[in-house]
Design a protein. Structure first.
Length: 148
């Protein structure tokens, strides 16, 4: 019998993988078919439904600032459903280009089955994240529908 990671272990692998920049490994934490939403995304991006879409989502880009971050203040709440956790945390860090320190809070409501994420609702402050990354102006332009 194969031993699978618990929802808590999968969540910790995810936030640590993001912090350590292990982008190519992150999609493997998800089931082949999944349902990942960012409900606070001001542009209302569609759900990520496949591991391939997640691979694209996690692909590093050369746009914006480089963040040095680590997960902090982690609290994982178990639920009556053994597949579901609610995880509160922050990414704390520094913007490499400016030296600005930041704390970006998040809450994930995550379902893990057979050691893989089958659904997740990832709640972040997207405006603060865009500002920290140096991408607030392009986000606001996209939000306004500017095509200049």
């Amino acid at each position: 019998m194969t031993e699978h990671r618990s929802p808590r272990e999968v969540f910790l692998a995810l936030v640590n993988g993001v912090s350590e920049g292990r982008w190519e490994e992150l999609p493997e934490l998800y089931a082949e078919h999944t349902d990942v939403l960012h409900p606070f995304d001001p542009l209302r991006a569609p759900a990520l439904r496949t591991r391939e879409e997640l691979r694209e989502h996690f692909a590093p880009t050369d746009t914006g600032h480089h963040l040095i971050r680590r997960p902090a203040n982690i609290t994982v709440h178990e639920t009556l459903d053994p597949e579901v956790i609610v995880a509160e945390f922050e990414y704390e860090g520094t913007v490499a280009e400016t030296g600005e320190e930041f704390a970006l809070p998040g809450i994930f409501v995550m379902r893990v089955r057979d050691g893989r994420i089958v659904s997740s609702r990832d709640y972040f402050d997207h405006l603060s994240a865009a500002r920290i990354r140096g991408g607030l102006d392009p986000l606001l332009a996209a939000f306004r529908g500017d095509t200049r």
